[in-house]
Design a protein around this ligand. Structure first.
Ligand code: KIV
Length: 249
């Protein structure tokens, strides 16, 4: 698709019905992101998400979208402790829930881990730029690559991930011109989020574009629906009709 100039459309989803809708519409790649923490589990970051929770939701997405390329996003501390640990945990995604690949956050520092995973037959999607799993030390969700020095670092991270054998890389939260430059510099596809229009594809968190979390729309997200209002209206109607005896008829 990169070679043909066709945009890759990716979506973070967490449950079987939503995955099924995305498959029906031909979404190219489904990520069971660790955004699961905020989108579904009620946490305020991705840090608390566990391997068990991620695998549980990957299994649901796999069942809902059996014919789509599904990627499991390895949570905080499931791949950083040691390479052996990372490989064993990554294998669980392929063997226990049958997803097609895993995603790991990090650039140069994760290159050896990615290389060992790919060498063992585990397809890896990289993720560089703004790294939500580093939010506790970066002090917030800050754009990456704003200074020349930082932009060089992000480019080096992307190249390291490519060199390690990742099949594609997510570029998160960086200036559009940097993402465009990285996209031109790599052979593998780039999938952007908050990284401008020049990436080879885009990824969005489904609950952001559906308007499921009222009061929270990150800058990079476009709200295509207001499902929170639709759900509240339906619950309200059910409540009222049950209390007045209109339901069940
Ligand atoms: O967790 C997630 O959904 C992600 C994407 C936004 C890339 O990492």
């Amino acid at each position: 698709m990169k070679q043909k100039g066709e945009k890759i459309v990716a979506l973070s989803v967490y449950d079987a019905p939503t995955a099924g809708f995305a498959e029906e519409l031909g979404v190219n790649l489904l990520l069971v992101g660790d955004s699961l923490g905020m989108a579904v589990l009620g946490y305020d970051s991705t840090i608390p998400v566990t391997l068990g929770q991620s695998l549980h939701h990957c299994a649901a997405v796999r069942r809902g979208a059996p014919a789509t390329f599904v990627v499991g996003d390895m949570p905080f501390m499931t791949f950083q402790v040691s390479i052996a640990d990372a490989m064993k945990n990554a294998a669980r995604y392929l063997q226990e829930v049958g997803v097609d690949a895993v995603k790991v956050e990090g650039g140069e520092k994760m290159a050896e881990t990615i290389s060992r995973m790919v060498g063992a037959g585990i397809p890896v999607l990289g993720h560089v730029g703004l790294l939500p799993q580093k939010v506790l030390i970066s002090g917030g969700y800050r754009l990456a690559g704003k200074t020349n020095q930082d932009a060089e670092r992000v480019l080096a991270d992307a190249k390291a991930v490519e060199g390690a054998g990742a099949f594609a890389v997510v570029l998160e939260g960086m200036p559009a011109d940097l993402a465009a430059h990285i996209t031109q510099s790599l052979h593998i596809p780039t999938i952007g989020i908050g990284a401008g229009p020049e990436c080879d594809g885009q990824i969005q968190v489904s609950s952001d574009i559906l308007g499921l979390l009222p009061g929270f729309t990150p800058k990079h997200a476009k709200r295509y629906a207001d499902l929170a209002s639709v759900i509240k209206q339906a619950f309200g109607d059910y409540l009222a009709e049950t209390r007045t005896g209109q339901f069940p008829s």
